[in-house]
Ligand binder design. Structure first.
Ligand code: HEC
Length: 371
């Protein structure tokens, strides 16, 4: 082989390498996006299963809410568009709204709602789920496309005993013949072709149960022998369903709010300077409504903090820098909502001022930019 031939081969090889690299770059983003889609599918599937295991007993098999789903009537629907950051079904996602919904859902699952029937799930708060499981659930709820999967898992979980009707059932009879009555007891619920029935007695020797029907919002209908009999979670009594675990610093609503004086006396607030820039920040659902605010260096700044969370303590603190490790420049006292507080920050130099709620620093924070 002479030198010019060798050079030609080398040029060809380099050329081939360049083409291969080019082809790979074109193909690779495609591969990456496919991997992302697959990851999302797996997350939604895990979220749907966790929902069927833990949440359907109150919120309904497909997140339709307790009232519609024959479950705890106080449990709201979770298959809502606002929790997906959408205004219309299939419509565009408003990223800011979706972000806010994500935080609301994640925090509600982690902390529960003290004084309401929503339990605390976060293991950091003594609940049974870890942050990864709560993330899967949050993505599942805010994505909103996998409710059918949750319903499928709900039916699977209700069908682990594989029960069937052994005799046809007309629409009025209250004695139901079932292939195996061992898994059933008084006050359990069965579902046949979507009709819910409340078991009032079990007759082991006859292989039958006595039921009250129809139950929930369902209608009594005739069912054929061989139909599937699902064992459903019990319907909870709203009067007894209220948690008292003070997770995430939530407090039970006190008889008298801590920041007001004797009944009817409004809390005294310092009078802001006449030319002050007034900025209102609302705290609701363990979130601030504003996470980025701007003000001018030319005039004093007054913050009005409106804690709308009934029974939940918040405050607001500002720092002289980009994080809560910087020196504090002012804070309000921690107070249980609903309560409105005023904080005079005075005139600030241009720069960034981090702010947070000291009770919920991981979810309630933001930055004030002074220009
Ligand atoms: C024992 C009944 C019960 C169970 C089980 C339950 N919830 Fe709830 N959930 C409630 C009630 C009641 C509320 C309404 C609380 C309120 O009024 O503030 C609620 C509220 C919520 C909210 C807030 C909705 C909103 O619009 O503010 C979310 C999100 C939520 N639940 C998710 C879940 C998830 C996820 C699970 C399972 C891990 C679950 N819940 C299990 C009863 C329950």
């Amino acid at each position: 082989m002479n030198t010019s031939k060798q050079i030609n081969i080398m040029i060809l090889l380099v050329f081939a390498a360049v083409i291969a690299a080019g082809a790979y770059t074109i193909w690779d983003p495609h591969r990456a996006s496919e991997a992302r889609t697959r990851q999302l599918e797996l997350t939604l599937d895990r979220g749907a299963y966790l929902f069927a295991q833990n949440c359907r007993a109150c919120h309904g098999d497909a997140g339709e809410g307790g009232a519609k789903g024959n479950r705890l009537v106080l449990a709201p629907p979770l298959n809502r568009l606002d929790l997906q950051g959408r205004k219309t079904a299939g419509g565009p996602v408003d990223l800011a709204a979706q972000n806010a919904a994500y935080k609301l859902v994640f925090n509600t699952i982690t902390c529960g709602r003290v004084g309401k029937a929503m339990p605390t799930w976060g293991d950091t708060q003594g609940g049974p789920l870890n942050a990864e499981q709560i993330t899967d659930l949050t993505i599942f709820i805010t994505n909103g496309t996998a409710w059918g999967t949750a319903e499928k898992y709900a039916n699977e979980l209700s069908n682990t005993s594989h029960l069937t009707l052994t005799k046809a059932l007309d629409s009025t009879s209250t004695v139901v013949a079932i292939s195996n009555v061992t898994p059933l007891a008084k006050d359990t619920y069965i579902k046949i072709d979507n009709e819910l029935m409340d078991v009032t007695a079990v007759d082991k020797s006859a292989g039958t149960v006595t039921v009250q029907r129809p139950s929930g919002n369902t209608k009594a209908a005739a069912h054929k022998a061989g139909a599937e009999v699902l064992v459903e979670p019990p319907i909870l009594d709203p009067a007894k369903a209220s948690i008292t675990q003070p997770a995430c610093g939530q407090l039970l609503p006190p008889a008298v709010p801590t920041t007001t004086g004797p009944a009817g006396t409004p809390t005294a607030v310092p009078t802001p300077a006449a030319n002050a820039q007034q900025i209102t920040i609302v705290g609701e659902n363990i979130l601030f409504d504003k996470t980025a605010i701007t003000a001018n260096a030319s005039a004093p700044i007054t913050i009005t903090f409106d804690n709308k969370d009934a029974g939940v303590p918040h405050n607001i603190q500002f720092f002289n820098g980009n994080s809560n490790t910087a020196p504090s420049i002012g804070m309000t006292e921690i107070a249980t909502g609903p309560v409105t507080q005023t904080l005079n920050l005075g005139t600030l130099k241009p720069g960034s001022y981090y702010y947070q709620c000291d009770v919920h620093p991981t979810t309630m924070y933001g930055t004030l930019t002074v220009q």
